[in-house]
Write a protein that binds this ligand. Structure first.
Ligand code: KMH
Ligand code: ZN
Length: 272
């Protein structure tokens, strides 16, 4: 087994700043936490941004400023979300690539998302995938359900390998409406992945720790962060992303899978 790639999903599009004071919503808050997350063991940052009212936005010039600020202050691989919020249009989600990130998320199917629907029809998936290839942006395939794995196979079959040539996936588990965050489901999803693909996993809400332990034991990599988890332990809210990264890094070290540096992660993910 190799070292452990740790991705921090720092903000997301769902949590409310008024109720979660530690959520990074400004560029300053994001870079401050990003620096601490890198020190704690993160190599990739998955980025959603907020507007002046702390509401989710896909404003391209703000995304550009965020990419530039993260590059200035950290060595982290900057992975922009093309998922955005459930209310974002497909056009706005495609335009995220205009901000020229190192990497982006690419969700391989529609999924119920609590009371909402996170829409990713085939037409959108293939357009976004072709755009990542044209622009040389390395996608991370977000898999919320087993059917998404089948769509990933179809995507690779019809359009060939991604920019960089390496397939890396992220199992997003425990979303109400998606696959459950348990070991049996994780193993089933991993067994269905394309040959040679690497993977990380994240467990949303109370599935965070079971998924983390299962992923480490199965040779996978980790995504943690306030996009996915707002409670550190029973009754104790998360105060910021660094403590989630620190916990993941401590457990990865205990598993003899020390966190990859950003430089090691660039090589691993084939990000130039
Ligand atoms: N906010 C969710 C609706 C992604 O970043 O690509 C979608 C999401 C996935 O977070
Ligand atoms: Zn996201």
């Amino acid at each position: 087994m190799t070292g452990c790639l740790i991705t921090v999903a720092a903000t997301g599009a769902e949590a409310d700043k008024a109720q979660v004071p530690g959520l990074p919503v400004t560029i300053e808050e994001l870079t401050e936490q990003a620096i601490a997350c890198q020190q704690a063991g993160a190599a990739v940052i998955h980025v959603h941004i907020r507007d002046d009212e702390a509401k989710p936005t896909l404003d391209v010039s703000r995304l550009k400023d965020t990419v530039a600020a993260l590059r200035e202050t950290t060595d982290l691989i900057v992975q922009l979300s093309t998922g955005g919020a459930v209310t974002d249009s497909f056009d706005a989600r495609l335009a995220v690539l205009d901000a020229e990130p190192d990497a982006c998320s690419l969700t391989c199917g529609t999924v119920n998302f609590g009371d909402e629907v996170f829409a990713n029809p085939w037409g959108f998936i293939k357009e976004l995938y072709q755009l990542t290839k044209e622009r040389g942006v390395v996608p991370e395939f977000e898999l919320f359900d087993l059917g998404h794995v089948a769509t990933l196979h179809r995507l690779l079959r019809e359009f060939g390998p991604p920019a960089g040539g390496h397939v890396h996936c992220d199992l997003v588990m425990g979303v109400p409406g998606g696959m459950p965050g348990d070991t049996a489901t994780l193993v089933a999803a991993v067994q269905a992945l394309p040959e040679g693909a690497t993977w990380s996993a994240t467990g949303v809400g109370r599935t965070t720790l079971p998924v983390l332990f299962s992923a480490l034991g199965a040779g996978g990599h980790l995504r943690v962060g306030m996009e996915d988890t707002l409670t550190f332990s029973r009754g104790r809210p998360v105060t910021g992303n660094p403590e989630l990264v620190q916990r993941a890094a401590d457990l990865a070290n205990l598993a003899q899978r020390p966190p990859m540096t950003p430089a090691e992660a660039r090589e691993f993910l084939a990000i130039g």
